[in-house]
Design a protein around this ligand. Structure first.
Ligand SMILES: Nc1ncnc2c1ncn2[C@@H]1O[C@H](COP(=O)(O)OP(=O)(O)OP(=O)(O)O)[C@@H](O)[C@H]1O
Ligand SMILES: [Mg+2]
Length: 482
């Protein structure tokens, strides 16, 4: 208790933190809370599960208690589920203040959100897309008086991944005052540092976890080399083994696409495993329901895309399985960080096919340690081979069932919706794409024609040279014969 007090936090807040089980500050909290209280901007780069959320929630609550008004603080985060989780921490720690928070994320009723915003909550936790929509469309609230802007998973918010937040961020940054404190946190900040420095310009304080290895010590990291066709059978076998050997277990399986996520969930259900799926093509209500079922351990397996890779704090997760090897080391760090949190132990197993070995090397280089091979006994290999045909047949059945629904169609509709939200005309975009493809095709054809001509010319030259040589030799031969 004294340690949190020593950081400059008020007794009521320290008591509240203690009630939540936060008795001693973690290193990132110890490093970042005092400069934040002193008014500096702060960038905190600390490992997954190391308490970065409380590192910004606690000092903000303290400042809010000194001068409570709304809207005092804006927190941005890349996913909807994470927004709810952060708001929950504000609510619990800020209970003695009677804290009013408001969550602004996509997939939820916009009118209700606008109403909540107009009631001036103390803290707004938002995903950039929806908040920018509110800013573009309504004048019923203002962010002009905020004291704190927080970017949790800041590097993700700045990078141009499959969901590009940069345009929405521009709208939001134009709506917040220049005189504010900016707090940026992530387990992987360093490669976006220059961009981050442009957002946090008020005497920024940068803190990075001193350890060279970028994943937590308590995490046992393994890889399992499997041929592509046997991957699902190994997955079923691994899950079965965890179920048989552990009473209290819970697993997150990460996969690369929404469709794969859906198929794997259907497949595991067919084998009577208690699994739920979480991906961005599900309705928001279904997403929340799936996560709630998993968090309460009603369902022991969560199959997710990278929408669940960052920030989610579910202490019961002991195992993370990467059904595909992540293409980016950063994504690997966040995925495996869903287990072994806050000093607990956990294991991460990455299924690696013959095509992914270079990805594993890139991961090892980034995290500064080698993954160990997950040893499979002969007995286990035999049982994998025994279920191989059955698993592949079930998977194919699930794929056919999914194709019979309008899953792909929905994907297309979602794409079009997203374009409309971005102010683009989907038909025009389609035309542009088709034209671009035509131009690429023409260019390709032209290039191959040029290459063909060059090849022919070269051959002609070669032939000419050869003929010359032959003629010269023939001329010399009669001389030699004489
Ligand atoms: N001082 C503390 N003592 C004990 N537990 C703590 C402390 N601070 C935070 N925790 C707990 O640690 C867990 C992980 O915290 P948090 O979600 O903030 O991690 P994080 O650093 O943001 O991780 P990620 O990079 O995955 O987002 C939470 O359950 C939180 O309650
Ligand atoms: Mg976090």
């Amino acid at each position: 208790m004294a340690a949190f007090r020593a950081l400059g936090l008020a007794p009521w807040l320290v008591a509240q933190a203690e009630q939540m089980g936060l008795t001693r500050p973690t290193p990132v909290q110890e490093a970042c809370i005092p400069p934040t209280l002193r008014g500096h901007d702060c960038m905190g780069c600390a490992k997954t599960g190391s308490g970065k959320t409380a590192a910004f929630v606690l000092p903000i609550l303290q400042k809010l208690s000194e001068d409570p008004y709304g809207i005092f603080c804006l927190v941005l985060t890349p996913t909807r589920e994470l927004a709810y989780q952060i708001a929950e921490q504000f609510r619990v720690l800020g209970k003695p203040l009677g804290l009013k928070d408001c969550i602004i994320v996509g997939g939820m009723d916009m009118v209700a959100q606008a109403l909540e915003l107009s009631r001036k909550p103390h803290v707004v936790v938002a995903t950039p897309g929806r908040l920018a929509d509110h800013l573009r469309s309504s004048g019923t609230f203002s962010l002009q008086k905020i004291k704190f802007l927080v970017l949790d998973e800041a590097d993700r918010l700045l990078e141009q991944g499959c969901t590009d937040f940069t345009q929405d961020l521009e709208v939001i940054l134009a709506a917040v005052p220049g005189a504010r404190q900016t707090l940026l946190f992530s387990a992987t900040l360093t490669d976006t540092l220059n961009e981050l420095k442009q957002i946090a310009m008020n005497k920024p304080f940068f803190w990075e976890s001193p350890s060279e290895v970028r994943t937590v010590e308590e995490l046992d990291q393994r890889y399992l080399l499997v041929p592509e066709k046997v991957k699902d059978a190994y997955l079923v076998h691994l899950v079965q083994t965890f179920q048989d050997e552990h009473e209290d277990w819970s697993v997150i399986i990460f996969t690369n696409t929404c469709k794969n996520c859906q198929v794997l969930n259907m497949m595991l259900r067919k084998f009577n495993f208690p699994s739920v799926a979480l991906h961005s093509m599900m309705k928001q209500k279904q997403r929340f329901a799936a996560l709630a079922k998993f968090k309460s351990s009603v369902y022991k397996i969560l199959i997710a895309t990278d929408v669940a890779a960052r920030g989610l704090d579910i202490p019961t997760v002991q195992v993370v399985i990467n059904h595909n090897t992540p293409g980016l080391p950063k994504i690997y760090i966040h995925r495996v960080g869903r287990t072994a949190r806050a000093g607990r132990h956990g294991i991460a197993i990455t299924l690696v096919t013959q095509y992914d070995i270079h990805l594993v090397h890139a991961i090892e280089e980034q995290i500064k340690m080698k993954l160990q091979e997950f040893s499979v006994e002969d007995r286990s290999e035999r049982s994998v081979l025994n279920i191989l045909t059955q698993v592949n047949v079930v998977r194919r059945e699930c794929e056919i069932r999914l194709e019979a629904t309008d899953f792909d169609e929905k994907k297309e509709i979602n794409k079009r919706k997203q374009m409309i939200l971005e102010g683009k005309d989907p038909d025009l975009e389609e035309q542009r794409k088709a034209e671009l493809a035509k131009i690429r095709k023409k260019n390709g054809e032209f290039r191959s024609r040029v290459q063909q001509t060059l090849r022919e010319k070269k051959q002609q030259q070669l032939r000419r040279k050869l003929n010359k040589k032959m003629r010269r030799r023939q001329k010399r031969q009669p001389v030699a014969a004489e």
